[in-house]
Design a protein around this ligand. Sequence first.
Ligand SMILES: Cc1cc2nc3c(=O)[nH]c(=O)nc-3n(C[C@H](O)[C@H](O)[C@H](O)COP(=O)(O)O)c2cc1C
Length: 267
Amino acid sequence: MTRQLVDIAMETLKTQGHEVLQSDLYGMGWKAVFDDQDFPERANQGRLSFIEESGHAFLNGCQTADVEAEQGKILAADAVILLFPLWWFGMPAILKGWVDRVWAFGLAYGYRGAGNAYRYGEGGFAGKRALLAVAVGGPEQDYSSRGINGPLEQLLFPITHGTLFFPGMQVLPTFAVYGTVRMDGDRMSNEVTAAWRSRAERLFDDAPIAFRPQNDGDYPDRHVLADHVAPTRTGFAAHIADALRPDASGDGGSLMAGNQSVALSAM
Ligand SMILES: Cc1cc2nc3c(=O)[nH]c(=O)nc-3n(C[C@H](O)[C@H](O)[C@H](O)COP(=O)(O)O)c2cc1C
């Protein structure tokens, strides 16, 4: 199913004149595990601190070539699409490992050596859009607002908010194909195919999820929401504004133009 999502996205985006930079993780033989091999020139031989070594490697140009290439694709892209099957309510390990290794300290976190000064709406990936396209085995009902699994968008909050919005991307509502384990003939229906095509076409038009930026005043101490903001809400929902502010996309006009570059990472 994930492969069909990839094929439709490629065809749609190319038809629209976008350049697509694809990362087919299994096809590339992507190394999923973040380990000491990621740091050929260690800053500290004594203790393996991933944050320290990641920052050292990123700043000194001694990251591995595969990580550098993926960062290059993301930095060149106006939008990033992650396509994956839902595995244990999250992304498969190979894609998680892609994030672990590619989201370097100094780039995706610890941006500009300023700790957490730039995060949630600002950071190394600011100005880019992001979209998840997920193949979900279970039926849509199970992921509805009172469904037994919990709502899909809430289950994916650690990815949309914690992984994509954190380094600055504007994240669109997730596209999901449900019930993939029971799909007749292993083909997505015409209806789902058309829905995904249409979402891909509107990649640069759809409004992003209104996650609250860290530095726009809602978090006066950069940690906790101000008492007057969403006073009756707690948990994930408190971090999403009710209505889209006019400037919520933060993208500027240029993203609306054609011929964008899109990085597409799939497993
Ligand atoms: C390791 C594993 C974990 C899975 N976890 C979930 C899950 O948490 N929720 C769910 O609805 N389906 C789950 N599934 C079913 C997959 O989502 C389903 O097989 C997938 O969407 C099919 O897409 P594909 O044809 O690209 O593999 C899981 C499947 C596997 C193999």
